[in-house]
Design a protein around this ligand. Structure first.
Ligand code: NOJ
Length: 500
């Protein structure tokens, strides 16, 4: 139990293209990230999770992997990755890497070999080729099948550049076992598993009544084979020494469900140690909805050795400051997030209170969601803007060059890390304090302070006012932290406090 550090860890998500650029080309890289390690140490995080940095054509931001065991030259080389892991360890920061097991890039040598070898070959058996497509839809829009010149079709739940692996073929799990060991042997503390609820498909590939993408159990999501599969990955993780830094190895699965109950199977004992639970992130600024999802989530992990870390943002969703309607709410939500029992994930830029950028020019957009929907869906580029580090105009210290891979907006000067560092009331300093002061342990009890108030006891009291009028606080000795101005015992709307 002792070295199950992830049970209460704060993990910072680095989206490498947009974190920090060290070589002046306008795209983030390991050299840039290394320079910013003191910033992460000051923030107080226990670990970082890197979104994919592997060799890739980058048609889905690197979630289209062409070589799982190498660093894309855009980000540096394996030696730069190793240097980051070593330097992070000196700050007691662990590193998690993103494993993408459902699909690879069509540029992956195995897929190229499958195209070359033709129908009926063992190479094609690595993927899901058929003579006829069924009616499944891509999550990014359009059909989930693409035809190749010899007439066969291959399945891709995402972009056509992301063919799905055939997990029913034992060669595929064998390949991924090597990938896991490759990174674990390099000293990573764990893995984030992309679309962890996919992988196995119904071998009959049946047409479905409603092909509209959803996250409920289906012939492609939440298949029963996953339980045994993740037990085998857990065994690999547990086979690594636990008594030296980074401690016991972990994994966090990206599991989406339409209902909480869809995630229940992943909490069976011996599964992978952490199951993302996106219901908190999906809930609106509404005390009743948040109460319900928090209660349901705590119930899922009660009595299980699998925990559900809390999260309010990532590289796939609208940033909290925009989604909740204001930066004040995002700050209050941060105090909720960091007061809940267990582990929390923070997506880069959340600690700066960055808003979503909604007015990117169409020509700058790269997300396949935008491209495949013909622009009908804006996609996720707006939450992936390169971080503002310093200065009053783009590129805000992100790069020593002049351009950034996505343009940064005007007016972000006050949001830069360096501007916020010197302001005691900044969102950055709120996050730093909250991470330092967050209560340990698993105790949790709801307090009832009114329908629009989210309040709970965790050794100290966390109160979030989600209503439209001020709320009277319960008696207290001290305000430990507040997300905005509080006068005596009245908590204004859209504000949170931690009380003792
Ligand atoms: C989930 C990742 O978070 C997302 O960014 C990606 O597009 C899909 N999986 C496909 O890999």
């Amino acid at each position: 139990m002792m070295n199950e550090w992830w049970r209460e860890a704060v993990v910072y998500q680095i989206y490498p293209r947009s974190f920090a650029d060290g070589n002046g080309d306008g795209l983030g890289d390991f050299a840039g990230a290394l320079d910013r390690l003191p910033y992460l140490a000051e923030l107080g995080v226990d670990a970082v999770w890197f979104s994919p940095f592997y060799r890739s054509p980058f048609l889905d931001g690197g979630y289209d992997v062409a070589d799982y065991c190498d660093v894309d030259p855009r980000f540096g080389a394996l030696a730069d990755f190793d240097a980051f892991v070593a330097a992070a360890a000196a700050h007691e920061i662990r590193v998690l890497v993103d494993i993408v097991p459902n699909h690879c890039s069509s540029a992956h040598p195995a897929f190229q070999a499958a195209l070359e070898a033709g129908p009926g070959s063992p190479e094609r058996e690595m993927f899901i080729f058929r003579d006829q497509p069924n009616n499944w839809q891509s999550i990014f829009g359009g059909s989930a099948w693409t035809q190749v010149p010899d007439g066969q079709w291959y399945l891709h739940l995402f972009d056509s550049s992301q063919p799905d692996w055939n997990w029913a073929n034992p060669a595929v799990p064998a390949l991924f076992e090597k990938v896991l060991r490759f990174w674990l042997d390099r000293g990573v503390a764990g893995l984030r598993i992309d679309v962890a609820h996919a992988l196995y498909k119904d071998p009959l590939l049946p047409d479905v009544a409603d092909p509209k993408p959803s996250d409920r159990p289906s012939p492609w999501f939440h298949r029963s084979e996953l339980a045994e599969h993740y037990r085998s990955w857990r065994a690999i993780l547990d086979s690594y020494p636990a008594d030296v830094f980074p401690g016991r190895r972990t994994a966090v699965g990206e599991f989406w469900g339409d209902e909480l109950v869809h995630l229940a199977p992943y909490f069976a004992p011996g599964g992978i140690p952490q199951t993302f639970n996106f219901f908190l992130m999906a809930a609106a600024w509404d005390a009743a909805a948040l109460r319900e999802t928090i209660t349901g989530s705590l119930a899922l992990s009660a009595g299980s050795d699998v925990v559900a870390p809390w999260v309010i943002g990532n590289h796939d969703v609208t940033r909290p400051a925009t989604r909740y309607g204001s930066v004040e709410r995002a700050r209050a939500a941060a105090l909720m997030l960091l007061a809940l029992p267990g582990s929390a994930y923070v997506y880069q830029g959340e600690e700066l209170g960055l808003p979503e950028v909604l007015d990117l020019p169409d020509a700058a957009r790269e997300d396949p969601v935008f491209l495949r929907s013909g622009g009908a869906r804006l996609g996720r580029d707006g939450c992936r803007i390169p971080l503002p580090w310093s200065g009053t105009a783009a590129p805000y210290g992100f790069t020593t060059g002049t351009e950034t891979w996505l343009p940064q907006p005007d007016g972000w000067g006050p949001l830069t890390a360096s501007a916020q560092e010197s302001d005691p009331d900044s969102t950055l300093n709120l996050y730093r304090s909250a991470i330092r002061l967050r209560p340990p342990g698993q105790d949790f009890a709801w307090l009832s302070l009114g329908d629009d108030v989210l309040a709970f006891e965790r050794g100290f009291t966390c109160v979030v006012n989600m209503g439209t009028s001020a709320v009277r606080l319960p008696p207290y000795d001290e305000i430990v932290l507040a997300s905005g101005p509080v006068e005596s015992d009245l908590l204004p709307p859209d504000t949170a406090v931690w009380l003792r």
